[in-house]
Ligand binder design. Structure first.
Ligand code: COA
Length: 420
């Protein structure tokens, strides 16, 4: 088998919930030796959250911690801290996403880590960055979506700020941190030195709301945003409004009803009117006369009647399922897709073929579905395995650090560690 790109990289995964684990899971998929360090009393909270089978690690945990090993140890005990020191002295990367100050309170400040191992790359996720006036806050997904601009710009104008179903605050921040850690590893090759890499959830959400900051400046300059449904018939205030399902610029789009929408909540497609494809689009939807009609044949001309046009397209869609509609529209090069339910995605043969959704065997559970690597490589294919049981590797890790059998037994007796 091809050697994986990150093989030989030792990662201490001192993370929990989603943001940190998503980052370290990907390091593990790509070959790093990722050791998850967990509290003896239950481990990562997601092991028990939203369980679907009694006494079996929840999918929340198994879907974010595959390919890792687990050491369950009380790092607040002197013995636990000594184990952490040994691990850190030998590690390449330590990742954490505890509440602000938790690591310092444990005696693992960045200064201490650097002293122990100047080559260490220390990856840290917090809700807000160090300069924020909110840098003391504990933060979960939706808090970050609200703080980072996603919620104020998502949803409909006559409804409240709305969060996305995508984990823009959690997994997205983990991916940002991952980019930072890999960058720091490359820099370490040049300088020999480690560094601290921080990613805040607010910053990571904001990074994905870049186009909304663009729109804020455009709004301030001209007083309106022509690609938003509020234009030209509605009102604009002084901040970027919620635009429903509007597409951007010269490529307006909307979610349109297809056959069966009355009973199926996902019988819709997203339809884009691509400016350069107008002639074919008009033909595709049964209005060839619009192709050359000056009342329709430019984006500007269509703007004030865009919802009437979408209404006409819905009439055309009324006797077509979302799949049939896309099959027709693809021939006319209309950018479109069916609105896919999670059930449809779970059963989609092409996502299985590509390894984007994989079936994994998990101790105590049997097989379950998880999302595989969204990045595809020509030189290797990551193999997604199960997640570790709590403390599954405790004894093997302690033995590897030089503790003898009596000492390990003593740790168990004092309940400093658990094994499975
Ligand atoms: N042994 C002993 N103690 C341990 C331990 C171990 N192996 N692992 C963790 N702990 C301790 C921590 O040191 C902390 O102790 P302290 O509060 O006395 O200092 C305690 O367990 C709980 O830490 P934490 O999980 O951070 O607190 P929480 O459950 O109250 O908060 C979050 C959870 C997610 C809100 C918080 O961790 C946070 O804001 N993290 C940063 C942002 C983030 O990643 N959010 C989640 C995105 S998915």
């Amino acid at each position: 088998m091809t050697e994986l790109p990150l093989s030989g990289i030792k990662v201490i995964d001192f993370t929990g919930v989603q943001a940190g684990p998503a980052c370290t899971q990907m390091l593990a998929w790509y070959g790093a030796d990722v050791l998850k360090v967990e509290r003896p009393g239950g481990g990562d909270v997601t092991r028990k959250q939203l369980r679907d089978i009694p006494d079996v690690d929840a999918l929340y945990f198994t879907m974010l911690n595959s390919n890792k090993r687990s050491l369950a140890i009380d790092t607040k005990s002197p013995e636990g801290l000594e184990v952490m020191e040994k691990l850190i002295r030998d590690a390449d990367v330590l990742v954490e996403n505890f509440a602000p100050g938790a690591l310092d309170r444990m005696g693992l400040s960045w200064e201490t880590l650097q002293k122990w191992n100047p080559r260490l790359i220390f990856g840290s996720v917090k809700g807000f960055n160090d300069d924020s006036t909110w840098n003391d806050l504990k933060v979960y997904e939706n808090v970050a979506q609200c703080a980072g601009g996603a919620a104020s710009t998502t949803g409909f104008w006559d409804g409240p700020p709305t969060v996305s179903g995508a984990a823009l605050g959690d997994s997205n921040t983990g991916m940002h941190l991952l980019i930072g850690i890999l960058t720091a590893l490359i820099q370490r090759d040049k300088t020999g030195k480690g560094q601290k890499v921080s990613a805040s959830m607010q910053d990571a959400v904001l990074n994905l709301c870049r186009v909304k900051l663009r729109d804020q400046q455009r709004l301030e300059a001209v007083g309106y945003l022509e690609e938003y449904p509020q234009y030209p018939h509605g009102e604009f205030g002084d901040t970027v409004p919620r635009g429903g399902n509007a597409g951007g610029g010269g490529q307006p789009g909307w979610v349109l009803k297809c056959k069966g929408w009355e009973t199926d909540p996902n019988a819709y497609i997203y339809f884009t009117i691509q400016e350069q494809n107008w002639v074919r689009t008009a033909e595709a939807i049964g209005h060839p006369e619009w192709a050359e009609d000056p009342a329709y044949n430019t984006a500007k001309a269509r703007q004030d009647k865009i919802f009437e046009i979408f209404g006409e397209i819905e009439k055309w869609l009324a006797d077509k399922t979302k799949y049939e509609a896309v099959d027709i529209l693809r021939k006319w090069e209309v950018p479109c897709a069916p609105v896919m339910s999670m059930k449809e995605l779970a059963n989609d043969p092409s996502l299985r073929k590509s390894g984007s959704i994989v079936e994994v065997d998990q101790k105590g559970r049997g097989s379950f579905l998880t999302v595989g690597s969204p990045v595809k490589f020509s030189a290797f294919q990551p193999e997604i395995k199960g997640a570790p049981l709590l403390g599954e590797h405790t004894d093997e890790v302690l033995a590897g650090l030089g503790y003898d059998a009596d000492q390990i037994e003593d740790f168990h007796r004092k309940k400093i560690v658990v094994g499975s």
